[in-house]
Design a protein around this ligand. Sequence first.
Ligand SMILES: Nc1nc2c(ncn2[C@@H]2O[C@H](COP(=O)(O)OP(=O)(O)OP(=O)(O)O)[C@@H](O)[C@H]2O)c(=O)[nH]1
Ligand SMILES: [Mg+2]
Length: 318
Amino acid sequence: MTTLLQNFLNGDTRALARVISLVENRAAASRDILRQIYPRTGQAQTIGITGSPGVGKSSLVDSLAAAYRKQSRKTAIIAVDPSSPFTGGAILGDRIRMNALSTDRGVFIRSMATRGHLGGLAAATADVVNVLDAAGWNPVIVETVGVGQDEVEVVRVVDVSIVVLVPGMGDDVQALKAGIMEIGDIFVINKCDRPGVEKMEQSILTLLSLSSRADGWSPPVVKTVATDNQGIEELAQQIENCAAYFRGTQHNSSRKRDAAKQRLLALLQERLLEVALESAFPDGALETAVGEIADHKQSPHALVDEVVRRIKTSIGHS
Ligand SMILES: Nc1nc2c(ncn2[C@@H]2O[C@H](COP(=O)(O)OP(=O)(O)OP(=O)(O)O)[C@@H](O)[C@H]2O)c(=O)[nH]1
Ligand SMILES: [Mg+2]
């Protein structure tokens, strides 16, 4: 066992941060570690919080984390920003605001940005969640901006997904309904100190009544004022209810199987794409090929057929 892994297993926070960096950068060394720690995962309660920019996700995470700290639970927070190629902007703001928490050794806060992961951000996030889980952090909370395809995939890696809305967003809910209704296990109306709460609640309840979930869970609507700690206890309780519901039904295994399948496919996609790019497009050959396809001189299908044929041949010969 490497010293890094040993230190990690001993609970060393610097080793933890180092392992997360390796995982985030998709370094080959991280795969060994991930393989070895996998049997230790599956212990943490994992929670996802998503919603449009500025709805108060970080404030909610902040208050939730404080509530978990009252129960002496080691709470990890991963702030994922799918839109940003860098760590900065809003997330930097989060860090500053979360200062009160970041001096608490029972809280671990980490930001993640896309950096063009081949398997999508979800693959890297799932791995980081596993790392924190294996290190004994429980719960692990994932905050992600917006509600788009990336977020849907990021949210798939957690046990309980929370969608945050604010009063006055009624029309947005209509527009977003497909994506939102699928991923929300709990809906939060935050900023309930503002007008329009009833209307918002009606919009959500109407949309929820139109769609019935195969797993039989009825998503509750929780009203909060994150900045004033209102509704946080109820939110924590609903998270517990939802987790308990899934623990107790056969849907738990199908949900876990779905997540496992997504995960396996995303990892395969990432690794196979890596192999294909390395073997078929050395030194800028990809850009040349891209140019030819853009100019209609080369068919993308013909090129992919060629790459696949070459890879198959080399597998046959090895
Ligand atoms: N009035 C009111 N303001 C709130 C509430 N919750 C958060 N805010 C404020 O809303 C702003 C955005 O809050 P954040 O927690 O950073 O929101 P966010 O969703 O994490 O934002 P991004 O990460 O940038 O997408 C801040 O100025 C908060 O102080 C609330 O319940 N009521
Ligand atoms: Mg935030």
